[in-house]
Ligand binder design. Sequence first.
Ligand code: HEC
Length: 143
Amino acid sequence: MVALVTMLLFSCSLDEKQEECKSSPKIFNPNGDSELALAMRKIFDQTEEIKQSLKNGELVVPADYIKNLKSFHTSTPTDPEVKVKEFFDFVDAIDLVANELSESTNINDQKEQYKRLVNTCIQCHKTFCPGPIRRINKLKLSK
Ligand code: HEC
């Protein structure tokens, strides 16, 4: 038990500072990061991998990417108020784009779909969580 608590404390102190959704944050969850925040961080890293693969000229979509996107439906958020119909609509939308991306075979189509994917991240964030948008913008492919 003591070991577990020590481990948790230790891993928390190693974490990057969490990016708040709002500029003047209410403290929703002072004890750690929500399931949704962790899923988002993973998606961010995996989307960066996709970007890199497109820059290298050959699309690679991580095996569990779509599954991770779908987990947004069930993950507990920091702010329970985000789980409204529009949130789920955005999750469905990004699912669809990610599926199209993983199924297209032409590099130009893939770049187009990728653009739509990142725009869908940004659309949902404009509504529910503007804080990380600057960081998400860095996922865009440069011309
Ligand atoms: C359905 C709406 C929605 C979509 C789509 C979405 N996000 Fe998020 N994102 C959120 C919400 C809400 C949070 C706040 C999570 C929390 O604190 O519980 C968040 C948090 C984040 C965070 C901050 C995590 C942290 O460290 O606390 C990053 C980074 C992020 N999202 C990146 C992305 C990327 C990249 C995409 C697209 C591949 C994406 N998001 C798609 C709603 C969305």
